[in-house]
Design a protein around this ligand. Structure first.
Ligand code: RRO
Length: 318
């Protein structure tokens, strides 16, 4: 059996799989189910200052190769998640990750401080919710991101990380990496759904989800190459110094192995968890173990960032 653990800021995640903040991690029952499953950690739905019912339905749709959502941050509010934490601890010793969202700098500070004081094992600051009208994704504004990171860092004693949106241009990878180098961060989670996509049902001639005229975040197989590229870009730009949790299109052990090669040390699962439930985690661990054993890796950690270069091209005949 290969060692499937990851360690982030001293927090051991074994196996290295967890749910992505998003589907089915809002209620105490859902979080308990994750803690009792084969996942190595559980992540909460992004929590806001006040409880929210979220956007009108339909707001999630399975697609042939993934999903689209415009959930609109339905959650119980940060005070309830902080209150629930001691009871969730009774489900076992797995790390519990608080996902934090906000509509202002002061929201982020209030919630991050409370989550840190409550004792969540890791705090993941969501800078990339694509689905709230009038609130652009913070991660696409580098100055605003810098300000949020500085402010939450100053009130957060627990390991702190960011969940970033996908970037599509190397200039943006470099600009965000420059921001990240200015701060102490224990991890990055890459990537959130690809925001503001539109899926149309040709039969009904309508969008498949209701909110925001059908615009929503795309997940699943569609986004895996985007996610791998973002993991690779930040792993390279930050010289492997900041642990990365990869997310986007993980359905099997082979997908997870690709994320390890790109530079992730742990992996989250969003659409596949939504579609298959908690049993997905046992399958992911078994499949990743089989790949690592077949390839002679004693530990998942040994594969992190080990993407090989293509061999040099044969020189053209003179
Ligand atoms: O709740 C959502 O609509 C949502 C969030 Br907070 C997020 O970060 N990413 C996403 O795809 N949906």
């Amino acid at each position: 059996m290969a060692d499937l653990s990851a360690t982030i800021a001293g927090v051991r995640i074994d196996p290295l799989f967890m749910n992505a903040s998003g589907p089915d991690c809002t209620t105490p029952e859902q979080l308990s189910g994750l803690l009792r499953s084969g996942a190595g950690a559980a992540v909460t739905k992004s929590m806001t200052l006040m409880p929210r019912p979220g956007n009108p339905e339909p707001r999630y749709m399975d697609l042939p190769l993934g999903s689209i959502n415009s959930m609109g941050l339905p959650n119980l509010g940060y005070e309830e998640y902080c209150r629930l934490l001691p009871a969730l601890r009774h489900e076992g010793s797995k790390p519990i990750v608080a996902s934090v969202a906000g509509f202002s700098l002061s929201d982020y500070v209030t919630i991050a401080r409370a989550a840190s004081e409550a004792g969540f094992d890791l705090i993941e600051i969501n800078l990339s919710c694509p689905n709230i009208a009038g609130h652009p994704q913070v991660g696409y504004d580098f100055e605003a991101s810098d300000a949020v990171i500085a402010a939450v860092r100053s009130v957060c004693d627990r390991p702190l990380g960011l969940k970033l949106p996908p970037y599509f241009d190397p200039v943006h990878h470099e600009q965000m990496a420059a921001v990240l180098r200015r701060h102490r961060l224990e991890f990055l989670t890459l990537i959130n759904s690809v925001g503001n996509t539109l899926v149309i049902d040709a039969d009904s001639e309508r969008p498949v989800i209701r909110p925001r005229d059908g615009f929503g975040g795309l997940g699943g197989e569609y986004v895996k190459p985007v996610a791998l590229a973002n993991v690779r870009a930040f792993h390279t730009l930050l010289e492997g110094r900041v642990p990365i949790i990869g997310v986007g299109g993980v359905y099997g052990g082979r997908d997870a192995f690709e994320f390890l090669l790109a530079g992730a040390c742990a992996v989250q699962c969003g659409t596949a968890y939504k579609q298959q439930g908690t049993r997905v985690f046992d399958r992911l661990a078994a499949e990743l173990n089989a790949i690592l054993e077949r390839k002679g890796y004693a530990a998942a950690a040994a594969a992190v960032g080990r993407l090989r270069a293509l061999p040099a091209a044969a020189s053209a005949p003179a």
